[in-house]
Design a protein. Structure first.
Length: 115
C-alpha cells in the first residue's frame, strides 16, 4: 500500500505511475484523475503484486473509469499501441496509466501519441 502517489505528470491530460494498489485509488481520484489504465499483467510480480480485479473494484468504488490492458513490456506489439491509443481517445481525462515502474506505460503513451 502506498501512502503517497509517485506520479510522472506527462501533461495536463496524462500521467504515469509505478505499481498501484487498491488503497491508492481514493488518492488517485482525489488527485483529480478520471480514469486509470493498468498495463501490468496479473502475476508478473509474483504473489505480492495486487490483483487487477481488486484494483479495479477499488477504482470503481472511488468513481474512476478503469481499464485493464496487460502488456508484455519486453514485447510490445502494434496492437498494444493501437489499443492504448483508443483508450486515450475514449476514456475521461485526465488519465493515469501504471505498470511495474511506469516505463512500459510511458513507452505505450509515446508510441500511441507520437511524442
Amino acid at each position: 500500500m502506498s501512502t503517497t502517489l509517485s506520479l510522472n505528470q506527462v501533461n495536463e491530460r496524462f500521467a504515469l505511475a509505478p505499481q498501484l494498489a487498491p488503497a491508492d485509488m481514493a488518492a488517485v481520484a482525489a488527485a483529480g484523475f478520471k480514469s486509470v489504465i493498468n498495463n501490468r499483467p496479473d502475476g508478473e510480480g509474483g504473489p505480492d503484486q495486487p490483483l487487477n480485479a481488486d484494483i479495479e473494484a477499488a477504482a470503481r468504488a472511488a468513481g474512476l473509469e478503469y481499464r485493464y490492458q496487460p502488456v508484455n513490456g519486453a514485447s510490445i506489439q502494434q496492437q498494444d499501441v493501437d489499443n492504448f491509443a483508443e483508450l486515450l481517445d475514449t476514456l475521461p481525462q485526465p488519465t493515469l496509466a501504471f505498470c511495474r515502474t511506469g516505463t512500459r506505460s510511458g513507452v505505450l503513451y509515446r508510441a500511441a501519441t507520437g511524442q
